[in-house]
Design a protein around this ligand. Sequence first.
Ligand SMILES: NC(=O)c1ccc[n+]([C@@H]2O[C@H](COP(=O)([O-])OP(=O)(O)OC[C@H]3O[C@@H](n4cnc5c(N)ncnc54)[C@H](OP(=O)(O)O)[C@@H]3O)[C@@H](O)[C@H]2O)c1
Length: 201
Amino acid sequence: MKILIIGGNGTIGKKVSNHFSKKHEVLIAGRNSGDVTVDIAASQSIENMFESVGNVDAVVCIAGEAKWAHFDSMTEEDFYIGLKNKLMGQVNLVRIGQKYLNSGGSFTLTTGILADHPVDMTTSPAMVNGAIHSFVKAVSLELKDGIRINVVSSGLVEDSVTKYEDYFPGHNPIPMKKVINGYVKSVEGKGTGEVIRIYDT
Ligand SMILES: NC(=O)c1ccc[n+]([C@@H]2O[C@H](COP(=O)([O-])OP(=O)(O)OC[C@H]3O[C@@H](n4cnc5c(N)ncnc54)[C@H](OP(=O)(O)O)[C@@H]3O)[C@@H](O)[C@H]2O)c1
């Protein structure tokens, strides 16, 4: 399979890319690094990425940001960061990318545990993650040519513990092998419209 991984050089992305590259042709896209650069917050940049890469069998997105802050300090603009980047960035990847997916191909998006188990300061990321879960279920009913779509929602991953553990009191970190397997299940399995939850609550 030819697999395009957006965010494939990130903390989770590099582990997932390394795994898939043992069996598949992997192309990495990122804002500042990779085989091709893209900013998922800009539709034209997504179009340019697909034009340069051509048709693929799987698109995996492991990128997307939203603002973490206390609700009483959040401005309307602060909410638009996550809406434009993590939510519409991934929606637009599917909207534009469906033209570049070979029949029987797949999309795999990324959200996170905050959709189901929010912590302090996460009104925006939790909301965005939940919206993506609903989007994936709905759009899976309409994608044509056997194209599948799933989303991987994991807890705090082992490789990010030192960076984020203070935000996740009492959370059990997810081993990277389990996270990788969420993406493998989506790309190499047959399921569609699934929210692949990898939590240890
Ligand atoms: N880390 C965790 O514990 C965890 C758990 C559950 C869910 N998640 C979610 O998983 C995703 C990846 O997390 P991570 O910790 O691996 O992040 P990370 O280490 O910051 O890596 C993110 C990657 O995505 C790329 N990227 C960021 N914004 C982009 C954009 N607008 N357009 C294109 N590429 C972009 C970055 O490329 P550049 O460096 O070139 O900008 C980078 O390679 C995030 O959505 C996060 O919310 C993370």
